[in-house]
Design a protein around this ligand. Structure first.
Ligand code: HEC
Ligand code: HEC
Length: 263
């Protein structure tokens, strides 16, 4: 694998952080608190909460990160924070606070602004992934990359960009079968030819240096010793594994920029 691919993969892992996804879906199209409100909230937060939760609400001396807190991401104008603050969780080190509704709204607005800032920074990283040239990407797809031999932009990949966001899509084409998102890897087909026997084909169930096992079309599990059988495995991801070692960074950026047009 080339080192640049590794860097990009590391970046992706960052961008794909589940909490970001959650946060994005939570915050998209929510009202943005005004600057005044955020500033009042910041002042109050620094005095009352910053010691434990950190002055930026990202977690501190004994208090958790509030920027990713489910409660805060679901809060609207203090509607969840208010009732929570009245009781706190004294047994766990979170004292109760008696505050007015507007003080609570200021605090909630400040935390919201912090969450938004974190998400925007992350989104910036994501958008940076889509900086290639779509035409070059299309050319690579149909030419050098050989993608067109297996995929059809108007067939299996039609609408692929609406199924995954850019980092998700990038992850899928770099590592199909290993991508996040709950997709199950495809099974591998294999043909085993025992010495002096007829070839048997089926779904690969097991493979190590000594043994191979397949499940044939009738559902029978059949195991063979490898020193007495030739094995031919058809790995559906082989092309993608091979591609990983061939892409340059530019190829990757051009391809993703092209793929995001397949909406
Ligand atoms: C003395 C330290 C301390 C102070 C001061 C403090 N907190 Fe906390 N806070 C905690 C601790 C510890 C927890 C975690 C309790 C737990 O484990 O459930 C917590 C939890 C929370 C949670 C729940 C997070 C979640 O997702 O469960 C919110 C919201 C919160 N604090 C907001 C505030 C706000 C707003 C202030 C200021 C008005 C504040 N806290 C002041 C220590 C503190
Ligand atoms: C030899 C065939 C082959 C080649 C060549 C190939 N792929 Fe794939 N590709 C696959 C298979 C097989 C999968 C897995 C499909 C699945 O998991 O359902 C896949 C998955 C994908 C996916 C994820 C699709 C989805 O819906 O999850 C993308 C995107 C993709 N490939 C893009 C590319 C690109 C871009 C290239 C060229 C750089 C390429 N592929 C080259 C066979 C190939």
């Amino acid at each position: 694998m080339n080192p640049r691919t590794v860097t990009l993969a590391a970046l992706l892992t960052l961008a794909l952080d589940a909490s970001l996804e959650a946060a994005r879906s939570q915050l998209i199209s929510r009202p943005v608190p005004t600057e005044d409100l955020v500033e009042r909230g910041r002042a109050a937060f620094t005095v009352s909460c910053g010691f434990c939760h950190g002055i930026d609400a990202r977690g501190g001396e004994g208090g958790p990160d509030l920027v990713r807190s489910e409660m805060m991401l679901n809060d609207e104008g203090g509607d969840l924070l208010g009732p929570f603050l009245q009781v706190g969780r004294p047994d766990l080190g979170m004292p109760p606070f008696q505050l007015s509704d507007s003080e609570v709204a200021d605090l909630a607005g400040f935390v919201r602004a912090q969450s938004q800032a974190v998400i925007n920074r992350r989104l910036y990283v994501i958008q940076n992934v889509v900086t290639g040239d779509a035409d070059r990407g299309r050319a690579y797809f149909n030419g050098e990359g050989g993608c067109g031999g297996c995929h059809d932009p108007a067939g299996d990949l039609a609408g692929v960009a609406s199924r995954f966001d850019p980092p998700g899509l990038l992850n899928r084409f770099l590592y199909p079968g290993r991508g996040r998102g709950g997709a199950r890897p495809l099974s591998r087909e294999a043909t085993v030819t025992p010495a002096g026997g007829a070839p048997v084909s089926g779904t690969l169930e097991y493979l190590d240096d000594f043994n191979v096992a397949i499940r044939d079309a009738n559902g029978n599990y059949r195991s063979f010793s490898r020193d007495a059988a030739a094995v031919d495995v058809d790995d559906p991801y082989a092309a993608h594994v091979d591609l990983l070692g061939r892409y340059t960074d530019d190829d990757i950026h051009d391809l993703i920029t092209y793929l995001v047009t397949l909406e």
